[in-house]
Ligand binder design. Structure first.
Ligand SMILES: [Mg+2]
Length: 124
């Protein structure tokens, strides 16, 4: 079984656990990175089918990481869903400007996240 690979860049263990449980019921394969630099390095080393990118990250913000991945031919075409904790922060235009494919503001339901993932990278 070769599911599509999702790289989740998120420093918050609670959020990672939720997404881990969410994707466990699907054919997607999950990879995790705990900060922006690790996320960029992981994505460039082995480009995934989709990236879920938190904005508030240690070492390098999710927006800077997204910009960097967009500017590298290895990951320029990889879809990136940017997620943020601050619905009213005005992050959406910044995420779009950085090259995000889609944007999701917390709190979002795991079901909404999975629907968004499936819309961009169909399972199977
Ligand atoms: Mg965070």
């Amino acid at each position: 079984m070769s599911g599509k690979t999702i790289l989740y860049v998120e420093d918050n263990e609670f959020n990672r656990k939720i997404v881990r449980q969410l994707l466990a019921k699907t054919t997607y394969r999950l990879r995790e990175a705990l900060d922006g630099e690790e996320g960029v390095a992981s994505a460039l080393a082995t480009p995934p089918d989709l990236i879920l990118m938190d904005i508030q990250l240690p070492r390098m913000s999710g927006l800077d990481a997204t910009r960097q991945l967009r500017n590298d031919p290895r990951t320029a075409a990889v879809p990136i869903i940017v997620v943020t904790s601050f619905a009213l922060s005005g992050d959406e235009p910044k995420a779009t400007a950085a090259g995000a494919t889609a944007y999701l503001a917390k709190p979002y339901s795991p079901r909404a996240l999975l629907a968004k993932i499936r819309e961009i990278v169909p399972e199977g």
